[in-house]
Design a protein around this ligand. Structure first.
Ligand code: SAM
Length: 297
């Protein structure tokens, strides 16, 4: 390397800044604060042939804030099948399209997933212009573990589907992310309390807006708070995952003695050695510990 050359690690990386034909762009837009749009998002939105949006009136207003005027096509939950075909045909005929939603990243608890799949099936190029996502912003602010997490989005509204969804989450050890609207928050807190007890919970609302707020509490604490305050704005709930103690208590063998636990496995047909091994694995202890207890008696 001579003195004028730039070390490779510091050189400007190759950028992907040409808006291409026959391409669907998934364009992330702000989740509340208009300044959170990227330069690249504005460029692509100005250069594509048309924009597909969940709510064309809302999106028209958003685009006009950035001085952008574009033909808009509506694409939402209840027309996504026909409109998906229509958009894909236009893409195959050489046009380019930007897909945006009411807030944040398209395809995350928003229409988008289906058209991405359709484009993939038809060999149409899909590219992403990243933007804010409420789930990730809230997780980062939550103060809870961010190393592993599960995005659950909106819980089902129907009673039995909701109970089933919650019961599936009981043994999840990673942090869990829910989306919720203000008018459903109190019911959801009650359901979370019933399913998970008083786990730690961070309620993140109105992110990036004037009244941005993060309440780091527990599910019980949140219930008490919202018994006296009306929920306002859009929420992301970040709940801690199941602790080892909780999992242990929920285990089928929790009320068994060590002997009963080993006996249980013997009755399933396992050998004595394998039954001891299985009980030790369940309890997270060394095999010798179980062996000693069973043999001493
Ligand atoms: N695609 C969006 C994203 O990338 O985050 C999510 C869209 S989903 C239909 C809308 C939900 O996202 C809201 O009900 C709320 O749970 C969450 N959300 C969106 N904007 C938010 C904000 N500014 N603060 C807190 N939650 C928000």
């Amino acid at each position: 390397m001579n003195s004028t050359s730039i070390p490779e690690a510091l050189s400007i990386p190759e950028e992907k800044n040409i808006t291409e034909k026959s391409t669907l762009y998934l364009v992330g837009t702000p989740i509340g604060n208009l300044s959170d749009i990227s330069e690249r998002a504005k460029k692509v939105l100005s250069e594509v042939d048309f924009v597909a949006a969940e709510d064309t009136r809302e999106s028209g207003r958003l685009l006009s804030c950035y001085g952008i005027r574009k033909p808009l096509v509506n694409y939402f939950e209840h027309n996504k099948k026909e409109k998906g075909e229509y958009i894909a045909n236009r893409l195959q005929n050489g046009e380019s399209c930007a897909l945006i939603t009411d807030a944040g990243m398209p395809a995350i608890s928003d229409p988008g997933e289906d058209i991405v799949r359709l484009c993939a099936e038809r060999g149409i190029r899909v590219s992403v212009i990243p933007g804010p996502c409420a789930a990730v912003c809230a997780l980062a602010l939550s103060g809870l573990s961010t190393s592993k997490f599960l995005f659950e989005g909106f819980l089902p509204v129907g009673k039995s589907e909701r109970r089933e969804a919650l019961s599936e989450l009981k043994s999840v050890k990673r942090t869990i992310i829910f989306y919720e609207a203000p008018h459903k928050l109190v019911r959801t807190l009650d359901d979370l309390f019933e399913a998970f007890g008083d786990r730690r919970l961070s309620l993140c609302r109105e992110l990036t807006k004037l009244n941005e707020e993060v309440i780091r509490t527990t599910i019980g604490g949140a219930r008490e708070y919202y018994a006296e305050h009306s929920p306002r704005g859009e929420y992301v709930l970040i709940m801690e995952g199941a602790s080892d103690a909780e999992l242990k208590a929920a285990a089928f063998w929790a009320d068994m003695t060590v002997e009963e636990h080993v006996e249980y496995y013997l009755e399933t047909g396992l050998s004595k050695n394998d039954s001891i091994k299985a009980a030790a694995r369940d309890r997270g202890v060394a095999k010798s510990e179980i062996y000693n207890q069973v043999m001493i008696k």
